[in-house]
Ligand binder design. Structure first.
Ligand code: FE2
Length: 347
């Protein structure tokens, strides 16, 4: 396979995303239907084995997405691994707690890291279809979703069954009805008491609104001098050398780069696995593996899993580029700048 083909296979275009409409047990419960679920990198926590997965190979984390019209709920559930969201389109109301009694509304560009062991759900408010990217910590996403008992009760009678191994049975798609002994047991009142409750105030440190992005000293040397460049350290461990705005031990970190008027990042490599999400503008990513070079032009909503062992540069081509970089560690080391010019052939 040519190097450029490898790069093309590591890119998922927003326009080419294939949704699953019955990824989870609540997919046919009235008020929770009409949802699109996307597995972009890794199978995430989708319960339906027929869900399309764009890139199977995980990056130490999974990237998915949720898309839904206003008024449709993604029901209360909890995760055993980190779950972060980057809002891309529309307004999302997140609600959390054992009764979903707390909430906040997030807008495009806002980022939230939801603590584990906490029931959470979300719906789109306003008039427009909402779309957001999700980042799930770990290659196996912590083993799946834990549903609120009421979600399992309300799913009954709609042809979907969740087995205790986490797999979904769809009798409308021809699967046989499972025995009740095979089904996922509902959490008891006692088990429910073990889940955490966060007030709205306690959740604030886990949210960074786009309007509150705070520029940091750049990891790329002299770029701070460039008025067309801003770097943001959005989420990562409190123990990291970077001063992340959301301090959370998610086993991933998220940076954002704002690039205007053809500003860019110089060629560099990372120790961690890296995925780029292009939020806005057109951004040219040049990639080399030391021998060959190729490139990808990212447009809004595109996701690019950077092949391991490569170095990349970024350059704004059109509009205002805002690019998220998701790394496979919450304590990332600084990028290594590639010095000197190597004789690279275009692959
Ligand atoms: Fe979730």
């Amino acid at each position: 396979m040519t190097f450029q083909k490898t790069l093309n296979n590591s890119l998922v275009r927003y326009m080419e995303l294939i949704p699953g409409t019955s990824a989870f047990i609540d997919a046919r419960t009235p008020g929770s239907h009409l949802k699109d679920n996307f597995c972009i990198i890794g199978a995430g926590v989708a319960e339906n084995s027929k869900q399309h997965v764009h890139i199977r190979e995980t990056a130490g984390f999974n990237i998915g997405a949720a898309g839904q019209p206003p008024g449709i709920k993604n029901s209360l559930h909890s995760h055993n691994s980190a779950e972060l969201f980057i809002i891309f389109k529309g307004e999302f109301r997140f609600y959390w707690g054992n009764e979903g009694q707390y909430d906040t509304v997030l807008s495009p560009g806002d980022v939230i890291s939801i603590p584990t062991n906490l029931f959470r759900g979300f719906e789109v408010v306003g008039r427009d279809y909402g779309f957001m990217f999700s980042v799930l910590g770990g290659d196996d996403s912590g083993g799946g979703v834990v549903w609120h008992p009421e979600v399992l009760s309300q799913s009954e009678g709609h042809g979907l069954y969740l087995k205790s191994d986490g797999s979904l049975v769809d009798t409308l798609a021809g699967d046989p009805v499972p025995e009740s002994s095979e089904l996922m047991p509902k959490l008891t009142d006692e088990e429910m008491e073990n889940f955490d409750q966060y007030s709205v105030e306690q959740m604030q440190p886990f949210v960074v609104a786009k309007s509150n992005y705070r520029p940091v000293v750049s990891s790329f040397n002299s770029l701070n001098e460039n008025p067309d460049y801003q770097e943001y350290a959005l989420t990562g461990s409190p123990l990291a050398q970077d001063d992340f705005q959301v301090k959370s031990e998610d086993k991933v970190s998220i940076f954002a780069y704002e690039l205007n008027n053809r500003a860019g990042l110089p060629t560099h490599s990372r120790k961690e696995k890296q995925v780029l999400i292009n939020y806005s503008g057109d951004t040219l990513v040049k990639v080399n593996n030391g021998l060959e070079q190729g490139q990808i032009l990212m447009t809004p909503g595109d996701v690019f899993s950077i092949p391991e062992g490569t170095a990349i540069s970024l350059e704004n081509q059109r509009g205002e580029s805002l690019v998220y970089s998701i790394l496979s560690s919450d304590q990332p080391v600084k990028p290594e700048l590639q010095s000197g010019k190597k004789d690279l052939k275009l692959g």
